[in-house]
Each structure stands twice: as C-alpha cells, then as structure tokens.
Design a protein around this ligand. Structure first.
Ligand code: NDP
Ligand code: PYC
Length: 338
C-alpha cells in the first residue's frame, strides 16, 4: 500500500489557494478554482481533487491561461446568458454568470448559459448541484481535448466530454449524475499511471489500435467511449452543443490550440436551467411526489442513486478529513514558495 498523508478540509482549502496563488493566479481566480477542487477532494472524486492543482499551475506556466482574467457577463437574449471567460479558468466564469442564469430560468422556465474562452479542468457536478440548490433542474456539458476515438474508429477526435444533471429533492440533497462520455475520465487513467496500476480492459486502445491495460500506452493511444455507439453519439452531441452552437472550440480545435504544451483544454461550456414552477404552473407537489416514487423504487430494490457514494464521502470527510498519496502531496509542496 502506498504511503498517504492526512489533511483536514481546511488544509485542503489552504493548500489549494496557496498553490494557485504561488502559481500566479489572481485571488479571485484562485478562490473560485480552490472551491471546486476542495469540493471534489471532500467528495472523494480523486481525479478532480487536489491532483488538478498540478495541471492548473502548469497551464499558467505554459503561457496559455490568463491568470488575472475577469469574466464578462452579457445579457445576450431573453433566455441566454453569455460569459466570456477571457482565457481564464471556468469556475469564476460560472460563479459570475450563475445569478443571471437563475434569474432568467425563474422568469422564463428555461434559460441557457454559454461560457466561452475558458480553460476547463473541473468536475461538473458542483455547478449543477449549486443550481439545483436554488430549486432548479440543471444540465451541463463541455468538450475537452481530442483524446477519445468514436465507436468503430481508432483515431481520437472527441473529448472526454462530461455531462451532468441535477434534480432538486424536497428532503435531502439533489439527484445528481456527472460522468465523462468516455469509458472513464482521463484523470482517472492519469492517476492509474501515477500509482503504477493497470487499467481495466475497455477503457482505451494503444497507438496501434490494440486493447491495452497499460495506463501510459492508453494515454498515448486513444480512449474509448462508454456504451459503444451510444456514448459516441452523446459525445458528438456535446461537441456540437457546447462547441459550434455557442461559438466555442471542439475538442479537436482545443487540442490544436494547445500546440502540444499540455495545458487544460480551452473551449466553451453550456449550462441549462429549468424552473419546475414555471413548467407546472400551480401545484407542483404531485410531480415532485412522482419523482420521489421513482427514486424510492430504485433504492427500494437495493440499487443506488448516482451521487450516493459522493454524499457519503462528504459526511466522512467533514468528520475525519481526507487522505491523499504522499507522492502527490510532495509534488504539490514543490509548487509552494520556499
Ligand atoms: P464515473 O464513471 O465514475 O461515473 C460517475 C457518475 O456515475 C457519478 O454520478 C457516480 O456517482 C455515478 N455512479 C458510479 N457508479 C454508480 C453505480 N454503481 N450506481 C449509480 N451511479 C453510479 O465517472 P467519470 O470518470 O466518467 O467522470 C468523473 C468526473 O470527471 C466527473 O465529475 C466529470 O465531470 C469529470 N470530467 C470532467 C471533464 C472536463 O472536461 N471538465 C472531462 C471528463 C470528466 P458517485 O459519484 O456517487 O459514485
Ligand atoms: O478527466 O477527462 C478528464 C478531464 C478533462 C478535462 C478535465 N478533466
């Protein structure tokens, strides 16, 4: 078993902010980024927790990211908010645009937020969860870099393209799912490589197009979509809706823009918010009840809801803090001023 370090959640927040500020990010950028990294580490989403600090700092050092970017929020159309992230990271752009998105969704029943020109490294669930905490249903999607082969092909053209959904519930945290349309997030393969662990069959092929269990060969080859042609079609939809539809780069264009420096992907993100009260008019209670009956019939047969593991991890981390590999902790310490 590899050595681990125990951290309190306050340590995680402080370490994240210190590393990001030492990496030259403005206080506002650093705090918005640290908030999503903190949430991911707390919920034991290791591929998007403090590990991501390494990539954020590298992306700034490579000169691609604007570390002082101040996003502009534009009231573009009755149902559309646009946020220009000005080549900063996405979390601050999301934070700045969210109030107008929520206001529009409450007024019209359905509103969209298009974020453009952002570097994107984070899990999407903190965003949809935040919108659902305001009583709205939310859907978010984003491309990444072209790492994933389409079903039936061998050359990477799609990103790992996550899609996340949240549904508010009356007596507890929302129903949330959030997954890559590749078989697994690329960050998870990177963590396997760091730990010297084999990856399961079905995640990726090597650069010759053969199935591989070697994480490094997978990262050099092509990742595979989840569910064959179904994940492939969903991934194409995300490329289109969070790419050309909003005037953003596709994953292939983001990869070209990167020029091989290995920065976080740069593109856009699409977030949709729906207000059930506007859809339903008068009394929403029967519809809330029917959703709750569906959740009951899932858990009632011993299946679990997506995010249940995450919510359990949250309670555990809030009580006991978190543990991260010592090798990762040591790598993070090298980014702090001596
Ligand atoms: P997983 O394949 O682990 O799927 C995650 C989702 O499925 C979660 O909602 C999870 O809930 C749920 N889930 C897992 N197992 C079960 C089960 N047995 N029953 C019910 N639900 C289950 O994650 P991925 O590797 O696909 O993605 C991980 C993260 O990577 C996501 O947060 C995503 O946003 C992020 N990502 C970000 C990208 C970007 O460009 N910014 C690109 C790609 C991924 P739970 O958490 O409770 O286990
Ligand atoms: O894990 O696939 C991934 C990923 C890409 C961008 C951010 N996370």
């Amino acid at each position: 078993m590899s050595e681990e370090v125990s951290l309190s959640l306050d340590d995680v927040r402080r370490l994240s902010i210190d590393v990001l500020k030492a990496g030259c990010l403005s206080s506002e950028q650093a705090e918005a980024i640290a908030a999503v990294i903190y949430a991911a580490q707390r919920d034991e989403c290791h591929s998007h927790g403090v590990y991501r600090l390494l990539g954020c700092v590298r992306s700034v050092k490579e000169g691609k990211v604007n570390p002082n970017a101040v996003p502009d929020v534009v009231d573009h159309a009755p149902a559309i908010v646009r946020v220009d992230a000005h080549y900063g990271f996405s979390p601050l752009a999301f934070e700045r645009g969210k109030p107008l998105l929520v206001e529009k969704a409450r007024k019209l029943g359905l509103a969209a937020m298009a974020i453009n020109n952002c570097f994107h490294f984070s899990a999407l669930w903190p965003e949809v969860e935040a919108i659902s905490e305001m009583g709205l249903v939310a859907l978010a999607m984003t491309p990444s870099h072209s790492w994933v082969a389409p079903a039936g092909g061998r050359k990477p053209i799609f990103g790992t393209n996550p899609i996340a959904f949240a549904w508010p519930r009356p007596d507890g945290p929302p129903f949330v799912f959030d997954f890559a349309t590749s078989a697994i997030a690329r960050g998870e393969i990177e963590l396997h490589r760091r730990a010297g662990k084999a990856i399961p069959t079905g995640w990726a092929i090597d650069s010759e197009g053969n199935s591989t269990n070697d994480a490094a060969a997978a990262l050099a080859g092509a990742m595979l979509t989840f569910g064959g042609h179904k994940g492939s079609a969903l991934s194409a939809m995300i490329e289109l809706m969070a790419g050309p539809l909003i005037g953003g780069m596709t994953s292939a264009e983001s990869m070209t823009f990167d020029e091989g420096v290995g920065a976080a992907p740069c593109h856009g993100e699409l977030i949709l918010a729906f207000d059930p009260k506007v859809f339903l008019g008068g009394d929403a209670a029967p519809h809330v009840d029917s959703a709750e009956r569906m959740f009951e019939s899932i858990v009632g047969q011993g299946a679990r809801l997506p995010s249940q593991r995450r919510y359990e991890a949250r309670v555990r981390s809030e009580a006991h803090g978190v543990r991260i590999p010592k090798t990762l902790y040591d790598d993070l310490l090298t980014l702090l001023p001596r």
